[in-house]
Design a protein around this ligand. Sequence first.
Ligand code: KG4
Ligand code: ZN
Length: 339
Amino acid sequence: MILLSIETTCDETAAAVLDDQLRVLGEVVASQDQLHERFRGVVPEVAARAHLERILPVLDEALTRAGVTLSQIDAVAVANTPGLAGSLLVGVVAAKTLALALGIPLLGINHIHGHIYACRVASQRDIFPCVGLVVSGGHSNLFACHSAAQFELLGATVDDAAGEAFDKVATMLGLPFPGGPALAQLAQTGNPEAFRFPRAFLNDPNRLQFSFSGLKTAVRYQLVGPGKCSFQDLAIPERLRADIAASFQEAVVDCLVAKSQQALELTGLQRLCVGGGVAANLRLRERLEQASAQRGFELLMAPRKLCTDNAVLGAIAMERLRLGQTDGLDLAIRPGLER
Ligand code: KG4
Ligand code: ZN
């Protein structure tokens, strides 16, 4: 059984070919970072047009790397939720076209669930049941993951996603887009205790929610003070920039670690699986490993390369394929978060 997986939810055009042992035979991720850099954020229309230009070469390259021809593909999976509408459409139309032309099953997958499933692909062992933490540019979610087909949302962010906060604070600090990796690098040279930024809901175990917008505002006030709004030409001393980056990162990590532990306690589950772009953050990985050693829960983190968007996430479709849970050609895009 060979699965072709397509991912175009945001600004990565990606395709992967996997076998039924969840081995990655070939994979391509075409990033659009350069296109969006000057806007310091993803511009949906620019993203959709770039997907359109790239989808066919990306599919060709993934098949070539896998050493597989289209006639050998048994099923096609595509992330149809959540994401940017125009971006999702490109992947979904490509997948439907292949399913129709080749006469093979089509499966729509939830991209957020796929981020957790990256842990399954990498570890090559069953991960269910587990608590799933997905921290990306658009989402910060905690799930009770009962099976590949049953994800129960435990909590989410009430405002910004963790990655979004990283990106916006990075902009304040004059760092390049995407801000997360650049901010994390700067934080390595700073003092995480220099500033005590807010940690929303930290000690409330009954509230499995995140909020990063107040934290973002606290950083802003630290930099420019209330009332002023321009970060342009702000001459921030290098030491201060590094200290702010480290203190901000520590506040985000504190919240992510604490809420994950609270979710484990609340559900009684013993395993935590972590994915999404922010899961590539080394400080978060280090703190989660410490928590796992101290508290005795099992920790599976997606390898850093599989944290940011990619099509290997679509491997989750393989389990649904085995259960015969395929989709029709009326498969719709669902830009909003699916629970
Ligand atoms: O999962 P992803 O590739 O896309 C979405 O589904 O949103 O996540 C992208 C996000 C961006 O906000 C990026 O800044 C953040 O992940 N990110 C990081 C790191 N690497 C990527 N944030 C913190 N530290 C990192 N090392
Ligand atoms: Zn993602």
